[in-house]
Write a new protein. Structure first.
Length: 266
């Protein structure tokens, strides 16, 4: 190596690190969470089933919006304007690509993935195994520069999730009703919106290019609000992973008839 810890002018130390604390705990736990969510998402998307609980009007966020002609009746809140895919392509492929693109290019998830999955580096004072560093200028890392564009799509999908949450207030006998699933969907929507709005790209879009906040008082208020959320972006990112899984698993169980939705009223 011409640079880094293995450079000729650096002291050649045989030990990987002299750190005695549990520096491996963060990359191990974070990597486990990311791999679990990835595996769960892949399984669920290729199932192409149990994503719509018709009687309760629950649609899982992993299949929303369902705009394919193959979607089960009632789940297409915005119409079915996309022809049926071949059997080997998931019905929710559009949702999968948008959400994968937004989270995979997210600054927080990039840091988490680099440290936990690629050990680049795993922790401070712990050398990474890579022999050279090319930044994010080459394939496939160059696609991370498109994060702000994925943000626009994710913001649209967050609005769609809010709409789905409103429809979840459906009574089994008609009218307004609420079940345990409604509450779970609402909690998930809250954290999805918080994760989306706390994004660094959102903060920059709102006020990053303004030279004088005094000339843009409304945008300044929005910028202040997002700036308060931004420091907790990583927390919202991880919490929203679990809320998505819990919401999807609950709706899948109800849709498949494995459990009965606990109704609060109607």
């Amino acid at each position: 190596m011409k640079a880094g810890v293995g450079a000729p002018e650096r002291a050649q130390i045989t030990e990987r690190t002299y750190r005695t604390d549990r520096w491996w705990a963060y990359p191990l736990s974070t990597g486990g969470i990311l791999l679990f969510f990835t595996a769960y998402a892949l399984v669920r998307y290729f199932m192409n089933d149990h994503y719509w609980a018709a009687e309760e009007h629950y649609l899982t966020p992993m299949y929303s919006p369902c705009v394919n002609e193959a979607c089960v009746p009632g789940s297409s809140h915005f119409g079915e304007f996309i022809p049926t895919y071949p059997a080997w392509i998931p019905i929710g492929i559009i949702t999968f690509l948008v959400l994968l693109g937004f989270r995979a290019t997210c600054y927080y998830y990039r840091k988490a993935a680099y440290r936990s999955l690629m050990f680049s580096p795993a922790a401070c004072a712990v050398p990474e195994p890579a022999k050279k560093y090319s930044g994010e200028r080459k394939f496939p890392y160059i696609f991370t520069n498109g994060h702000r564009y994925f943000f626009y799509a994710a913001l649209l999908f967050a609005g769609i999730n809010v709409y789905d949450a409103v429809l979840a207030f459906h009574g089994k006998d008609g009218g307004i009703g609420m079940g345990l699933g409604t509450i779970i969907i609402l909690i998930n929507v809250v954290f999805l919106v918080l994760y989306t709005l706390s994004c660094h790209a959102c903060r920059h879009i709102i006020g990053g290019k303004l030279k004088h906040f005094s000339k843009h008082p409304i945008r300044y208020r929005y910028w202040q609000f997002v700036s308060k959320l931004n420091p907790r972006h990583g927390q919202f990112a991880m919490i929203s992973l679990f809320t998505v899984i819990i919401t999807d698993a609950y709706i899948m169980a109800v849709a498949a008839g494995w459990i009965t939705d606990l109704r609060i009223f109607n």
